[in-house]
Design a protein around this ligand. Structure first.
Ligand code: 6PG
Length: 244
């Protein structure tokens, strides 16, 4: 794994850098393999990046017809719920770009959670190369909570299936958000070619320092579970989160 930390003075610079990194990763994937399989996360930090991608130059420069969109996690709510990660991405980005609707592989948060897990796992398998059960994701956007969680992998919780199942149900309280969630596991995330964490705000400085510089404690700090053997991890953070 190669990891790097990029610190920017302000959140808008983080979002611009992430948009450019996304564009470059998609261009390379499409050139080499004819398609780009990317996964988004929810939360507020990526919203500015989504908005940038929905307008020029990115709206025109990215081969959206060759992009497959997945989610790292989803809250167990309907797609039109304000708390839906898919709904947020659709409102701010996807409805504004010419992505093929058949290439939007959302997690069906409106279903019974285990049914939603099974449906997403089946969709991942349909998109996978022969003999595989999920596609190798070219670019994954991740956030991190002030508690060190990422996607819907939360402190103090280790599902026994994290290592052998691509998708699991999680129940976790965080900032009043829906507690029931569906998440990709490290099995899928650590197979990705590139993962980009977007982290901003002083309230995350402690967790970020612990995750990057503290002792390994994957139970306490789930963001430390992200260590792709062959992929890259890039932390794009603002100065407040970096504590500088
Ligand atoms: C979710 C996200 C979650 C998010 C972090 C950071 O469904 O809530 O996937 O992992 O990325 O909680 O959220 P903020 O960007 O709002 O701080």
């Amino acid at each position: 794994m190669s990891a790097c930390l990029q610190v920017f003075a302000r959140l808008d610079a983080v979002q611009r850098a992430a948009a450019e990194d996304f564009r470059a990763a998609v261009a390379q994937a499409v050139q080499l393999r004819g398609a780009a399989h990317i996964a988004l996360s929810g939360g507020s930090t990526p919203l500015g990046m989504f908005a940038l991608l929905a307008e020029s130059p990115y709206q025109d420069a990215i081969p959206w017809a060759d992009v497959h969109v997945y989610w790292a996690d989803e809250r167990c709510v309907p797609p039109d719920d304000p708390q839906s990660n898919y709904g947020q991405a659709w409102q701010v980005l996807l409805q504004h770009v010419p992505v093929n609707p058949l290439h939007i592989h959302r997690i069906q948060g409106e279903l019974d959670p285990q049914i939603g897990v099974d449906a997403y796992a089946a969709e991942l398998a349909r998109q996978a190369p022969p003999g595989q059960v999920f596609p190798c994701l070219d670019w994954v956007l991740l956030g991190m909570g002030a508690d060190g969680h990422t996607a819907s992998l939360f402190p103090g919780q280790v599902n026994p299936h994290e290592a052998d199942q691509p998708v699991i149900v999680v129940t976790a309280e965080y900032q009043g958000r829906p507690a029931q969630r569906i998440t990709l596991t490290p099995l899928v995330l650590n197979a990705a070619r590139a993962l980009v964490f977007l982290v901003a705000g002083r309230e995350k400085a402690g967790a970020l320092a612990d995750v990057l510089n503290g002792p390994r404690d994957e139970l306490k700090l789930p963001a430390q579970r992200i260590h792709p053997p062959d992929g890259t991890v890039t932390w794009m953070v603002d100065s407040a989160a970096a504590g500088v």
